[in-house]
Design a protein around this ligand. Structure first.
Ligand SMILES: [Zn+2]
Length: 52
């Protein structure tokens, strides 16, 4: 199965709580949470990966 990444936005002003990223098999292994931005506030420093 391709990786699924759960992310939370920790920005106090952002009302988005958690979202999920579903990778395809083509996603490079080194791709991580720092490569993405919050889909709501657009922040890149406020995302944290949730360890399941
Ligand atoms: Zn956000």
């Amino acid at each position: 199965m391709p990786k699924t990444l759960e992310a939370v936005c920790t920005d106090d002003d952002c009302t988005l709580d958690m979202f999920e990223l579903h990778y395809t098999y083509d996603m490079p292994d080194e791709t991580g949470i720092t490569d993405f931005a919050c889909p709501y506030c657009g922040g890149t420093d406020c995302l944290d990966e949730v360890e399941l």
